[in-house]
Ligand binder design. Structure first.
Ligand code: FES
Length: 93
């Protein structure tokens, strides 16, 4: 998927806008975990680590690998160019 730069959106908002099956119940406040994704190529991109709010939420979730992130906390920017993600089957709607 090609996403233009310069838009103030999160990855979650892009996924929802493209009708990917995630709920994102809290609307991006990092308190529901229903926008969770697995970043498959974290070593290849400059994603950076989760902020404190995201980390607190991630610690409560059944993340199967250390590459679990909240897509609502990932902003669309050049640093995620080439990101590869998987939506865990347990959160699909
Ligand atoms: S939308 Fe709720 S944690 Fe991301």
């Amino acid at each position: 998927m090609e996403i233009p730069l310069g838009i103030e959106l999160s990855l979650m908002e892009i996924l929802k806008g493209e009708d990917y099956p995630i709920e994102a119940i809290c609307g991006g406040m990092a308190i529901c975990g229903t926008c969770r994704v697995e970043v498959l190529n974290r070593d290849e991109i400059m994603l950076g680590g989760p902020n404190d709010d995201e980390l607190c939420m991630l610690e409560t979730l059944p993340c199967y690998t250390g590459n679990c992130r909240l897509s609502c906390q990932i902003k669309i920017a050049e640093n995620i160019d080439g990101i590869k993600i998987k939506i865990p089957s347990d959160i699909l709607v």
